[in-house]
Design a protein around this ligand. Structure first.
Ligand code: CAA
Length: 440
C-alpha cells in the first residue's frame, strides 16, 4: 500500500511580537513567571498591518510550492482550516488561490477548494480529508495543500489574552511523503461543549478553567478510542508526542495524563510501584469522587518521579520550543508542535527515521483526535529548510501601547490609524478587505 502523509511543511509567523515577561506582565501587574513558568510562554506573535489570515496562509503556501518546485498543476486540492474566517460563504482557500495565481502562469481552476471549521482541530481534520482523498484514488497523481491559518485574539483583560498568537502552517499531503506517513488508525473523543465559542463575534467567550478540563477529558477518550483500534500504547512506543498547544502549561497536563494512562498494567507501573504504589483501580472504590481524588494523588506523586520527568523532557518538551515563542495559533498549533520536535531531533543529532509520533489534536466545542505517524527517510532535509528561527528572531518587538493599537485594529476599529511596523519583502500583503492581496 502506498504511503500517504506530509511531504513538506512551511511555517509563517505574524511579524510582530509581544514580550510577555518584559512588556505584558508589568502592565498587568503580574509576576513574569506566571507566563514563563506557569503558562510556559515567553512571547506571542501578532500580524503586522499588511498581514491577515489570507496573506499569512498564502505566504506559507507560496514558500512551500516554490521550495518544492511545484506549479498549480501539481495541486488538486486546497483546504484551509481556520477559526478566524471573515467570510461566511466564500472559503479562505479561494482568496489564497487568488494570491498564488498572481505569481504562477497556471491557475487552480481544476482544484477542489474548501474551508474546515472545528476550532483548532480543523487543521488535522483537513489533513485527514486530504489523506482520504488520496487513499481513495481521487487525486489523479496530484497533491493536496492544507493551510492552517489563524489570528488568535482574546478580548483585552480576558485571562486568555496571555495566550494569543498569529501565524500559518502550510502542508503538502502526497503519496510517498518525505516527512511523515499518517497511519490509518485514529481515535476520537467528541462531545457538545460550550466552554469556548465565537458565535458571530470577533473574540471568543471562554470559560478558561473549564476549557482545560474539557481538553483533558476529550483527549483521554480519544486515546482510549485509538487504543481500541491500534492496541494498547506504551510510553516507549513514541519518539515524540505533539499535542495541540494553546500554551505549554496545558501540554504539561496532557503529557502527565497520557503517561499515566499508557503505563497502566505495564513494566513501568511495576517499576514505580515501590516508590509511589500502583494506580488506584476504579473497582477498588465505592464512589467515583473518592476514586478521582485517589487518581489525582497518584498523579501528583507520578509527576515528581525520575522516570516521568526524563520521559517528559525527551518526548514532550521538544514539541514546545516554537510555541513558547509564538503563542497559540489555533489550527496550526499541533502542526508547529510536530515541526518543533523534528527540528529538535535534527539539532541534537537524534536519528528518528522510522520512529513513531503520537499526535494529539484538539478543538474546543469539543473534539480530540489521536493518530500515529511514522517519520520518513528524508525528514531531516525537509525540516532543515524551515526558516522559522529567523522569522521568530526578526519580529518587531511591540511596546504595550503599540500592542493595544494592533489589537484594536484587528477588532476592526477603523478609528485606529495603524502603519506597518516592518517592511514587507517579496511577499503577499493585505491591502484592505475586498481588494486583492498582492505580492510586493
Ligand atoms: N509562578 C509560577 N507559576 C505561576 C505563577 C507564578 N508567579 N502564577 C501562576 N502560576 C501558574 C498557575 O499555578 C497555573 O498553573 P497550573 O494550572 O499548573 O496550576 C498557571 O500559572 C496559570 O495561572 P492561572 O491559572 O492563575 O492563570 P489564569 O487563570 O489567568 O489563566 C487560562 C489561565 C484559564 C488557561 C487562560 O489563559 C485562558 O483562559 N486561556 C484561553 C483558553 C485556553 O487556552 N484553554 C485551553 C484548553 S482549550 C483549547 O486548547 C482550545 C484553544 O486553543 C483555545
Amino acid at each position: 500500500m502506498t504511503a500517504v502523509g506530509i511531504d513538506a511543511i512551511e511555517i509563517w509567523t505574524g511579524k510582530l511580537k509581544l514580550d510577555l515577561p518584559e512588556t505584558f506582565a508589568p502592565v498587568k501587574d503580574e509576576d513574569p513567571e506566571k507566563y514563563t513558568k506557569g503558562l510556559g510562554l515567553y512571547a506571542s506573535s501578532f500580524p503586522d498591518a499588511h498581514e491577515d489570515i489570507v496573506t499569512m496562509g498564502a505566504n506559507a503556501a507560496y514558500r512551500l510550492m516554490d521550495r518544492k518546485g511545484l506549479t498549480p498543476e501539481d495541486i488538486g486540492r486546497i483546504d484551509v482550516a481556520t477559526e478566524s474566517a471573515f467570510d461566511n460563504s466564500k472559503p479562505v482557500s479561494t482568496y489564497i488561490a487568488g494570491c498564488l495565481e498572481q505569481v504562477y502562469d497556471g491557475d487552480f481552476h481544476h482544484a477542489n477548494k474548501g474551508e474546515r471549521k472545528f476550532a483548532c482541530i480543523a487543521g488535522t481534520q483537513s489533513l485527514d480529508d486530504a489523506y482520504n482523498w488520496i487513499k481513495a484514488g481521487r487525486n489523479r497523481g496530484r497533491s493536496a495543500l492544507v493551510i492552517a491559518t489563524d489570528t488568535a485574539l482574546y478580548a483585552r483583560g480576558d485571562p486568555g489574552e496571555a495566550t494569543q498568537g498569529a501565524g500559518a502552517v502550510a502542508m503538502l499531503i502526497s503519496e510517498d511523503p518525505s516527512l511523515v506517513e499518517l497511519s490509518t488508525e485514529q481515535g476520537y473523543g467528541s462531545a457538545d461543549e460550550t466552554d469556548f465559542l465565537k458565535p458571530n463575534q470577533q473574540f471568543p467567550s471562554v470559560d478558561g478553567k473549564r476549557s482545560m478540563q474539557v481538553y483533558l477529558a476529550r483527549m483521554r477518550e480519544a486515546l482510549e478510542d485509538f487504543e481500541s483500534v491500534a492496541g494498547d500504547t506504551h510510553p516507549d512506543d513514541f519518539e515524540y508526542i505533539p499535542f495541540h498547544t494553546p500554551f505549554p502549561g496545558m501540554v504539561r497536563k496532557a503529557g502527565l495524563l497520557g503517561y499515566r494512562h499508557m503505563i497502566r498494567g505495564t513494566d513501568v507501573e511495576d517499576e514505580l510501584a515501590e516508590e509511589i504504589g500502583r494506580q488506584p483501580r476504579e473497582e477498588e472504590y465505592d464512589d467515583r469522587e473518592a476514586y478521582e481524588e485517589a487518581i489525582l494523588g497518584y498523579m501528583d506523586e507520578l509527576k515528581s518521579t525520575e522516570q516521568y520527568q526524563s520521559w517528559y523532557s525527551e518526548t514532550i518538551d521538544p514539541t514546545l520550543d516554537i510555541s513558547r515563542e509564538v503563542g497559540n495559533w489555533y489550527t496550526g498549533s499541533v502542526h508547529i508542535a510536530r515541526a518543533s520536535a523534528l527540528r529538535y531531533a535534527s539539532e541534537n543529532d537524534i536519528d528518528v527515521t522510522g520512529k513513531q509520533l503520537l499526535v494529539g489534536s484538539y478543538g474546543s466545542g469539543a473534539q480530540a483526535e489521536i493518530h500515529a505517524e511514522t517519520i520518513q527517510d528524508s525528514w531531516e532535509e525537509e525540516i532543515n529548510d524551515s526558516t522559522i528561527d529567523e522569522q521568530i528572531r526578526d519580529r518587531y518587538d511591540l511596546s504595550f501601547e503599540e500592542y493595544e493599537q494592533v489589537h484594536d485594529r484587528h477588532n476592526h476599529d477603523k478609528r485606529v490609524e495603524l502603519g506597518d511596523f516592518t517592511e514587507p519583502e517579496d511577499e503577499f500583503v493585505f491591502t484592505g478587505r475586498g481588494e486583492m492581496d498582492e505580492r510586493t
